[in-house]
Design a binder for this molecule. Structure first.
Ligand SMILES: CSC[C@H]1O[C@@H](n2cnc3c(O)ncnc32)[C@H](O)[C@@H]1O
Ligand code: ZN
Length: 439
């Protein structure tokens, strides 16, 4: 077998236990073949490994999942800060995005890919524009993703609005299975308030017919919830259910302002929620009831949201923020413990996006992150899971593997030229801002 061996480390198993083990990866299949002692792994795979990754002093964890982002927004990192969602979008972000070209989106997506690989993320969900270019970046980077064109119909005439819905459906059909199957897709209306009801109904019906999942921003701010309640006499999750957008393969970003009845509805429907704590804090959107969602049985994943409202794509930060904010929201220091946020960033993310990965076990996708624990800020190691949630940073990631391919070895990104990507993105961002200022 053409295999990659991750040797000498401790491995985080799906039940949360950490044990000394090697991991053998079938590079052709992109799957984990065996996890166990060196002799057990030898016996399972036989023969010498074609490639090895040293994990001594390190913790081998499932590749992290960034379950909601707008990856090309790396170009807008630090462009507009310190405003709430609505004015931030309308006054700053949307005018800048109006000047974006497909080349810009690709440059921003590559920059985001480098940042994610360097912080141990192997899969992400992305809602944006020029998604063929994002898919190209995913392909080159070696990552896994669920991608969709974001639909906004407010402020558009009927023909433009319908064209936007059709584009999202076409993108979902055409890009599904790209990058050797590592790209999957979804129909992505931006939100229940920025897409008109008739367009939502039409798009969702077509998506359902084609078996395409749905991803949208939901219950992010009170400004978004109140008009739905006033105009329809029902809360957003009930509205989503009424238009058939609340299914078991669907995943909603934010879920900050969900009441108890909505939590129960999400749980019954099997719709996942992607918690984005940093974005929710930065835009002062509110605190999602994460403990309540998890207790109700809702699959909760973690997302950074775009780099303009975070301002990075580091899921380690998200784990720490989710644990801290979850305690504050529940007024309970035992709420959203370390193991919960690690689960949300790994298996929870893979389950929400319905992508392979999220667990280190034989037969699972070989999406792995090796975290170096030999650092002053990670000493001593009483509990490695505690360190993942509260003390480790993206920069502690030593190796990143996706689909059996080593994307970063000893902090060197192998699939993209990180320096060139950074330079191209910086130039694209500078030119973009010049265009926005002269528009
Ligand atoms: C139509 S493509 C996606 C669209 O979403 C915008 N966006 C970025 N962050 C957020 C957020 O937290 N809530 C809602 N919308 C957001 C992004 O700028 C794109 O325009
Ligand atoms: Zn978002």
């Amino acid at each position: 077998m053409n295999h990659l061996r991750v040797t000498g480390g401790r491995v985080l198993r799906p039940d949360g236990r950490v044990e000394r083990a090697d991991v053998a990866v079938d590079r052709d299949e992109g799957t984990i073949r065996a996890v166990g002692s060196p002799s057990e792994v030898d016996e399972a795979v036989g023969g010498a490994a074609a490639e090895t990754l040293d994990a001594s002093g390190s913790l081998v964890i499932p590749g992290l999942v960034n379950a909601h982002t707008h990856v090309a927004m790396t170009l807008l990192r630090g462009y507009a800060d310190d405003k709430p969602l609505d004015p931030w979008l309308r006054e700053d972000i949307w005018p800048a995005e109006a000047e974006l070209t497909p080349d810009d989106v690709e440059a921003g997506a590559e920059l985001g890919a480098v940042e994610m690989i360097r912080s141990g993320t192997t899969a992400f969900a992305d809602m944006y524009f020029a998604m063929d270019r994002v898919a190209d970046a995913v392909d080159r980077a070696g990552l896994r993703a669920r991608l969709g064109h974001g639909v906004v119909t407010v402020g558009k005439d009927e023909a433009d609005a319908r064209a936007d819905v059709e584009e999202s459906l076409a993108v979902a059909r055409e890009l599904d299975g790209a990058a050797d199957g590592r790209v999957r897709t979804a129909f992505m209306p931006h939100s229940l308030t920025t897409v008109g009801e008739e367009f939502l109904r039409e798009g969702v019906a077509e998506a359902r017919e084609a078996g395409i999942p749905i991803h949208l921003h939901a219950n992010e701010t009170t400004d978004e919830v109140e008009p739905i309640v006033e105009e329809r006499g029902e809360r957003p999750i009930a509205y989503a259910a009424e238009i058939d957008a609340l299914g078991p393969d669907d995943f909603f970003a934010h879920g900050v302002h969900v009441d108890d009845s909505e939590v129960d509805r999400l749980a019954e429907a099997g719709t996942a929620v992607v918690h984005c704590p940093a974005s929710n804090m930065k835009l002062a959107s509110g605190m999602a009831p994460v403990q309540r969602l998890r207790e109700a049985g809702v699959t909760v994943a973690l997302g950074t949201d775009g780099a303009a409202s975070n301002n990075d794509l580091d899921v380690f930060d998200e784990m720490r923020d989710a644990a801290m904010l979850g305690k504050l929201a529940a007024d309970d220091a035992s709420a959203v413990p370390a193991a919960a946020v690690v689960e949300m960033a790994t298996a929870g993310g893979a389950d929400a996006l319905n992508l392979p990965g999220g667990r280190i076990e034989a037969g699972a996708a070989a999406d792995l992150t090796v975290v170096d624990l030999d650092a002053p800020h990670l000493t001593p190691v009483h509990d490695p899971v505690s360190h993942l949630a509260y003390a480790a940073r993206g920069s502690d990631v030593r190796h990143t593997v996706c689909d059996g391919q080593v994307l970063m070895r000893d902090r060197e990104v192998l699939t993209l030229d990180a320096e060139a990507v950074q330079e191209r993105a910086a130039n694209a961002a500078r030119d973009l801002v010049e265009r926005v200022e002269s528009a």
